[in-house]
Design a protein around this ligand. Structure first.
Ligand SMILES: Nc1ncnc2c1ncn2[C@@H]1O[C@H](COP(=O)(O)OP(=O)(O)O)[C@@H](O)[C@H]1O
Ligand SMILES: O=C(O)C1=C[C@@H](OP(=O)(O)O)[C@@H](O)[C@H](O)C1
Ligand SMILES: [Mg+2]
Length: 172
């Protein structure tokens, strides 16, 4: 394993990027970063407050800026669900190592997320959660080196499958 290589997790809100990311970082003895936390610390505001004060496009812009400005070597990186709207940011992440799409069905995501209105999803006000899901799936698949189907699997099983798929493509 390249000691400096990173793994980036992408996927919808509720897919498990943040919770699985920290477990994976512990397993691989890598640092962990959640780009949502980087944004909030830089802006001194919650993601929802950023969107309330401006709009969802501004949050996406800040997200990409933070990704581009941060040295993310040797990390497991949990992105926010909207990171895939920024191509430059995604290319930056891909340069550090493989990108993993944590994929879950709409029904599974809705079971996991109960605060959908206040969770700060970077979407146009006229877009429903279903619309966002449909729009983004294409982007997640476009940037992913591997995809792990997460429905009905606990976090340990997701990590096991993720590492086994990465090994299958000669990574980690
Ligand atoms: N494989 C899983 N099975 C069941 N629940 C999960 C799984 N992965 C994550 N969760 C739960 O789903 C919710 C959202 O997880 P989180 O890691 O915050 O997702 P994300 O960062 O992708 O939005 C949390 O309550 C978390 O405990
Ligand atoms: O999908 C989105 O539009 C967003 C998801 C959030 O992160 P999670 O995917 O970790 O919930 C966070 O980045 C922000 O509120 C926008
Ligand atoms: Mg998260």
């Amino acid at each position: 394993m390249n000691q400096l290589q990173s793994i980036t997790l992408i996927g919808m809100p509720g897919a498990g990027k943040s919770t699985i990311g920290v477990l994976l970082a512990k397993e691989l003895a890598k640092d962990f970063v959640d780009t949502d936390v980087l944004i909030q610390v830089r802006e001194q505001k919650t993601l929802q407050a950023i969107m309330d004060a401006t709009d969802y496009l501004n949050l996406r812009r800040i997200e990409e800026e933070v990704i581009l400005a941060t040295d993310l070597r040797n990390h497991v990186i949990a992105t926010g669900g909207s990171a895939v709207y920024g191509d430059a940011g995604m290319q930056h992440l891909k340069a550090y190592g493989p990108v993993v799409f944590l994929s879950a069905s709409l029904a599974e995501l809705q079971r996991r997320i109960h605060n959908y209105a206040s969770r700060g999803i970077a979407r146009s006000p006229d877009q429903s959660f279903d619309d966002v899901f449909a729009e983004r799936n294409r982007l997640y698949r476009h940037y992913a080196d591997i995809t792990v189907e997460c429905d009905g699997k606990n976090q340990a099983v997701v990590i096991e499958e993720l590492l086994s798929q990465l090994a299958g493509v000669g990574q980690f």
